[in-house]
Ligand binder design. Structure first.
Ligand SMILES: [Ca+2]
Length: 321
């Protein structure tokens, strides 16, 4: 008889219920962003952790996906909560590099060209097949998202190796400089509760030039990116996080909002019309006959230089409603 079973025999009914609750290990994923509302051009910081019975662990992987207001994948990454010593992963990314259409390694591309991303995924499990959904996320040198997508999803047999070449056309509007690729292997997309099999793999390629270079990503637990100053989709973004730890799947989600603060005249561009709209009601306060809440871009119930400054700070930015 096990020790636990012996204890159960000695306890009354209510105490048994209590014991069961205590014995269950609780694995939770923590997920926060540094703000709830972001202005276009702001940097977004997403922070995660994994806790077992309330204590953070440093050897977990967290799969993270940001879904845009269009309901598309916008960012897909795998973060570590600390340095993980053991590389005993069931599914691994063995290779990730950029190449030309013939498969020759190539790191520099011009706008209008097509980057080919070559990825090798292997199921190193000797017994079981695993369902693998591979994600690629590409971030420009100015830290704005370029593309996030799932090139393949399949059952990979024990020991099977899958080679994949993915084409990524570089638009004329691409940001020049060092561009980062992040590859992840999941059991499903994080938005559907899929967890990472192994740490992400990264590689850089260059659009037109080797500079500028992106801001280095935080080593552990955090993800940063910048909301583009032009044509960002405004609205609610949902962040999904999933971690499979100690045989338990833990998930979490949150929502943040992206706005174009200085767009008083709501036409998707911050220009002189917005400055004039603020100046037209300068000095007014909430409750006044001429009160225009849209002009109160610095939300404090009065229209003053702070509102003018906020509009000027966003001057020239554009976005999509
Ligand atoms: Ca406007």
């Amino acid at each position: 008889m096990t020790y636990a079973a012996l204890c159960l025999l000695l306890l009354s009914g209510t105490e048994i219920a209590r014991l069961v609750v205590i014995a269950e290990t609780v694995v939770q994923v923590g997920l926060v962003t540094d703000k709830q509302v972001y202005d276009v051009g702001n940097t977004v910081q997403i922070s995660t952790n994994v806790m077992v019975d309330g204590t953070p662990v440093t050897d977990a992987l967290v799969a993270v996906e940001v879904v845009s207001p269009y309901n598309n994948s916008y960012l897909v990454r795998t973060v570590k909560t600390g340095e993980i010593p053991n590389g005993n992963w069931k599914v691994q990314i063995l290779d990730l590099h950029t190449c030309d259409f013939q498969g020759h390694p190539k790191m520099s591309f011009n706008t209008g060209e097509v980057t080919y991303i070559f990825v090798v995924v292997k199921n190193v499990d000797t017994l079981l097949a695993h369902h693998v959904k591979m994600a690629l996320y590409v971030q420009f040198s100015d830290d704005t998202p370029f593309a996030a997508f799932y090139p393949f999803e399949m059952n990979v047999e024990a020991g099977q190796r899958v080679n994949n070449t993915v084409s990524l056309p570089i638009p004329a509007s691409a940001v020049i400089g060092e561009t980062q690729v992040f590859a992840s292997v999941f059991s499903d997309s994080p938005a559907k509760g899929g967890a990472a099999y192994s740490p992400e793999r990264t590689v850089s390629f260059y659009i037109n030039s080797t500079t500028p270079t992106p801001t280095p990503q935080p080593q552990y637990s955090n993800i940063t990116y910048r909301i583009p100053s032009n044509d960002a989709k405004l609205g609610n973004y949902t962040v999904f996080a999933a971690s499979f730890y100690q045989n338990t799947l833990a998930t979490r989600q949150l929502t943040f909002q992206v706005v174009l603060l200085g767009d008083v005249v709501k036409d998707g561009v911050v220009d002189m019309r917005d400055v004039q709209a603020v100046l037209a009601v300068f000095g007014s306060k909430a409750g006044d006959a001429n009160w225009n809440p849209n002009a109160d871009v610095f939300k404090d119930g009065k229209i003053n230089m702070r509102d003018v400054a906020t509009v000027c700070n966003d001057y020239g930015k554009t976005a999509k409603y």
